[in-house]
Design a protein around this ligand. Structure first.
Ligand code: UDP
Length: 237
């Protein structure tokens, strides 16, 4: 099978691990997600993952409750480490080899982020999970995904969301909403389409890192994306 993308950066939001639960990690959901990741890894795709933490803790909401923003953001980053460890376990229980590299030092449970080491793992066919976002407050894991995607020289950043692409209107509210197959970065700005936060979006655009927004809850969606089939929405220069 011809692969469209040889090395991918998959951004999984914390919420995509939550299933229909109100918070935390849903066993069935993480299993289904991990099956899809293993499937593309077995095809020979090099997989790097950045995982969010919104299913456990989100800095912005804590700030609204009077907490210092930087402290809240560090707590958010710790939440991403929990998700990364859960993902690693789930991947390994399926027979894949995975490594967690954290942007914050916590040597007992995860390696530190070291760029050449991460690249080496990818070349060896190991799945690399990047935890703790960028390691800095006031950023998001989308920005971490853009950053690591650029550093790893990935062919594409795949943003897994609850909706299976970018639509002309909110498909939950408007039955006539249409999915875009592809848009340029400029069109996304002109049409005011919400792809990612501005920092992440700008970084991808400047590094010429295309983005595919797709829905990972659809069986086989990740495989269809890496094979270049009509799935999700491609954002490109
Ligand atoms: N966070 C941060 N710096 C980063 C990445 C994440 O401070 O580089 C914090 C921030 O508080 C954020 C939380 O970690 O709210 C969880 O990340 P995010 O909201 O991006 O997760 P997702 O929405 O993808 O689940």
């Amino acid at each position: 099978m011809a692969l469209k993308y040889k090395r991918i950066l998959l951004k999984l939001s914390g919420e995509s691990l939550m299933g229909n639960d109100p918070f935390g990690i849903n066993r069935e959901t993480i299993k289904e997600t991990v099956q899809q990741i293993k499937e593309v890894s077995d095809l020979g795709v090099e997989v790097a993952i950045v995982v969010g933490g919104g299913n456990i803790f989100r800095g912005v909401s804590a700030q609204a409750g009077d907490m210092d923003r930087a402290t809240a953001d560090y707590m958010g980053m710790l939440a991403t480490v929990m998700n990364a460890l859960a993902l690693k376990e789930a991947l390994e229980s399926m027979g894949a080899t995975a490594r967690v590299q954290s942007a914050l030092s916590m040597q007992q449970i995860a390696e530190m982020y070291v760029r050449p080491k991460a690249i080496q793992y990818l070349e060896e066919g190991k799945i690399v999970i990047f935890a703790a976002g960028t390691g800095n407050p006031f950023f998001t894991t989308d920005t971490a995904a853009a950053l690591r995607g650029a550093e790893m020289a990935c062919d594409v950043m795949l943003k897994a969301t609850n909706v299976d692409g970018i639509y002309t209107a909110d498909p939950k509210k408007d039955p006539n909403a249409m999915r875009y197959q592809s848009v340029t970065f400029n069109e996304a700005i002109e049409k005011n389409l919400k792809v990612m936060d501005a920092t992440a979006f700008t970084l991808c655009r400047e590094r010429d890192l295309p983005i595919v927004v797709f829905g990972i809850s659809k069986t086989g969606a990740l495989k269809r994306v890496v094979l270049g089939e009509d799935e999700g929405t491609l954002v490109h220069n």
